[in-house]
Design a protein around this ligand. Structure first.
Ligand code: ADP
Ligand code: NA
Length: 352
């Protein structure tokens, strides 16, 4: 529909891994190029959540380069900057303006229920965890707590209707809809459209070293991630080291009892755009793989093949930083135009 806007951001922290690729950027691309999806024909707005990234402070020089790498990664993953606005959150001051208005409508209790906050404030496992507990107050930062409100502002500022994200973001998107509703009710003269979550078909990709955790850019153990620009040798080495189990042969998808093996099957299924059952069939009935070494070689090959063009394009793009800067500059200008027009109306509705 011509009035829909597909919107999503990614933090420019460290290199992107296959979880980011399969969980987000690949669906941005597939949605943009598939006429049979709900948001087909929408305005496409993608970009860098560089303000969110500062919840863990960065070396300023490296941060600049990380942002260029992030833009290169997005384009290399198949997003055409002529088709989509590619911008940087920090370049648009309206994000922080709307963020404040939304803070004033968001309950502390609602934020305190966010599982990502609980995980990041690291008060071990208890559901009783509260921001008011002295343990939490001692070490947690307000930015981490408020993170989902800035995310809601990002989304609502562009009157987004569809938000493609990985399944770790489901709860934050629900909160965005709650905040949206509360704004719409409080201010009679303005209504944001309710943004829909669009989940990637690939399940959450897990850490190769500890398949009980998600694969994450901020994981200090680089062996836990396959980065999308990784060379073939490193991919093989990391997959060989991936934690699996001691059941050989007869491979099947069972995330509860065989999380490591299932994670590898999930990745191959995502890269090859087919159901995990088809991968299982291929492994057992066609390739007849007998042991973990054979399985891991199969997985490595699928990953190397799946990331090949991404890796080549990324390297080419990083040779031309002025092109990347120009892409972002143009995207910022386009985003700013939409944001300032919307923000003017929002402020009027609020009485500012
Ligand atoms: P990270 O946690 O690796 O730093 P971000 O918070 O920047 O990643 O998330 C960027 C996008 O990538 C989000 O849409 C998120 O849902 C998705 N994503 C991140 N990690 C994974 C994962 N392990 N599996 C699937 N999707 C993921
Ligand atoms: Na309203």
């Amino acid at each position: 529909p011509p009035n829909s806007t597909m919107f999503s951001l990614i933090q420019p922290t460290n290199r992107f891994h296959i979880g980011n690729y399969l969980g987000t950027i690949k669906i941005w691309r597939d949605l943009a190029n598939n006429p049979n999806v709900p948001a087909s024909g929408s305005k496409l707005i993608f970009g860098l959540a560089d303000l969110h990234a500062l919840t863990s402070p960065k070396d300023p020089k490296q941060f600049k380069n990380a942002r260029l790498e992030a833009v290169a990664s997005i384009i290399a993953s198949g997003i055409d900057p002529k088709q989509a606005i590619l911008f940087s959150q920090s370049a648009i001051p309206e994000h922080c303006e709307l963020y404040w208005l939304l803070c004033c409508l968001t309950g502390m209790g609602q934020l305190n229920r966010m599982t990502q906050w609980k995980a990041k404030s690291q008060v071990s496992g208890s559901t009783e965890t509260s921001v008011f507990e002295p343990e939490v107050l001692k070490k947690a930062y307000a930015g981490v707590f408020m993170y989902p409100v800035l995310q809601a502002a990002d989304i609502l500022l562009y009157r987004s209707t569809h938000v493609p994200v990985g399944d770790d973001q489901t709860q934050h998107l629900e909160l965005t809809r709650t905040i949206c509703e509360s704004f719409n009710k409080t201010y009679k003269n303005y209504n944001f459209p309710q943004p829909k979550t669009i989940l990637a078909p690939t399940k959450k990709v897990l850490s190769l070293r500890d398949p009980t955790k998600k694969m994450s850019k901020s994981d200090p153990d680089q062996n836990s991630c396959i980065y999308i620009t990784e060379d073939a040798k490193t991919i093989q080495k990391k997959i060989r080291k991936a934690v699996t189990d001691s059941i050989d042969g007869g491979y099947y998808f069972d995330p509860v009892n065989r999380p490591g093996v299932s994670n590898l099957l999930n990745v191959v299924s995502g890269l090859q755009n087919c159901h995990v059952d088809e991968i299982v069939k291929d492994i057992n009935d066609v390739k007849k793989l007998q042991n973990h070494k054979e399985l891991k070689d199969y997985v490595s090959e699928a990953i190397i093949e799946g990331l090949k063009s991404c890796k080549t394009t990324f390297a080419q793009l990083m040779e031309d930083k002025s092109y990347l800067e120009a892409v972002i500059k143009e995207g910022n200008d386009q985003a700013r135009e939409i944001a300032s027009k919307n923000m003017k109306q929002i402020k009027t509705a609020v009485g500012l």
